[in-house]
Design a protein around this ligand. Structure first.
Ligand code: DOR
Ligand code: ZN
Length: 346
């Protein structure tokens, strides 16, 4: 049994950093593990233009801990009104790495999202032409579709036709949660990839109801069945080059989750790599963690791989019950529990 695990420094290909005081609270957790992160644009108001992304990027850079060279990779939030010219500005900026498609109403701060994919057809065509990747929150929002079926339904109704129509477009199917999504990506053309979160590798949907209702296990897309989880574990640890790490770490203040109508989002940035290591170790595939965490993402995004390393050490440590977050606290994944891997501070 190994006591240390050294990997090329990983990147987080899907992250919510928020803004202001909240940003300052959570950024150090990500910056100590990851060299880069794809920063989600679902602020209020959303980051819909390159100009807004430039300002947000500056606020992130200013919030970095002293000495950190963490690099935020910015995304634009697509709306019904996004123009092809905005795609050109994004490409020319050098710091926008993709555009995010939120079907309107699918998740936190998605009200301004796209109401009908046909409305952004010219935008998607320009993205394909300029080689700008599309990040997708893959859930239908139709009321008659069961919440647990929304991802599977999205594949058939939207994603499969979209991937065929825009054959040159690179697409990241974000935070996949189902065996159906795994099968779709495995059999899809080149240029279709997926990110996988730690919570979807470590938990099935029973966890939300274990002994009572547990709001800190509520995220979107919602946790799925055990066979779905097994399919995700197989995919992540398979070495397949189009599956990679994206935590979807999404902090919310404690009282907004422990509420009659609680927010969706699980905070995992405090121990992201450790949580993935646990999942990979349970599969007996720790040797595949580096490909998933540090190689497949940059290769897909056509960015250089990182050159420095991080080391995890096998040691038990207790996750705090909460971390400071703005004027309140955020409850992290595994709060109060013991983890068996820990990042060695460099
Ligand atoms: O659980 C989630 N939280 N899923 C999302 O898609 C958004 C995120 C958030 O911003 O809180
Ligand atoms: Zn997200």
């Amino acid at each position: 049994m190994h006591d240390h695990l050294t990997l090329l420094r990983p990147d987080d290909w899907h992250l919510h950093l928020r803004d202001g005081e909240a940003l300052r609270a959570v950024l150090p957790h990500t910056a100590r593990q990851f060299a880069r992160a794809v920063v989600m644009p679902n602020l209020k108001p959303p980051v819909t233009t390159t100009a807004l992304a430039a300002e947000y990027r500056q606020r992130i850079l200013a919030a970095r801990p002293a000495g950190s060279d963490f690099e935020p990779l910015m995304t634009l939030y697509l709306t019904d009104r996004t123009s092809p010219e905005e795609i050109d500005r994004a490409c020319d900026s050098g710091f926008v790495i993709g555009c995010k498609l939120y079907p309107a109403g699918a998740t936190t701060h998605s009200d301004a999202g796209v109401t009908d994919i046909s409305r952004i057809d010219a935008v998607l065509a320009r993205m394909a032409e300029r080689n700008l990747p599309l990040q997708i929150h893959g859930e239908v929002t139709a009321d008659e579709i069961d919440v647990f079926d929304r991802e599977r339904e999205f594949i058939e109704r939207t994603l499969r036709p979209l991937a065929a129509r825009h054959a040159g477009l690179r697409v990241i199917f974000e935070h996949i949660t189902t065996a159906a999504a795994v099968e779709f990506v495995q059999s899809a053309r080149e240029g279709i990839a997926a990110t996988i979160t730690p919570q979807h590798l470590l938990y099935n949907r029973n966890e939300m109801f274990r002994g009572g209702i547990r709001p800190h296990f509520y995220c979107l897309p919602v946790l799925k069945t055990e066979p779905d989880r097994q399919a995700l574990l197989e995919a992540a640890t398979s070495g397949h080059r189009r599956f990679f790490l994206g935590t979807d770490s999404a902090p919310h203040e404690r009282h907004t989750k422990e509420a009659a109508c609680g927010c969706a989002g699980i905070y995992s940035a405090h121990a992201a790599l450790e949580l993935y290591a646990e999942a990979f170790e349970r599969m007996g595939r720790l040797d595949r963690l580096e490909a998933f965490a540090s190689l497949n993402g940059p290769d897909f995004y056509r960015l250089p791989r990182n050159t420095t390393t991080v080391t995890l050490r096998r040691t038990n440590w207790q996750v705090p019950q909460a971390y400071a977050f703005g004027s309140g606290t955020v409850v992290p994944m595994r709060a109060g529990e013991t983890l068996s891997w820990q990042l060695v501070e460099s």
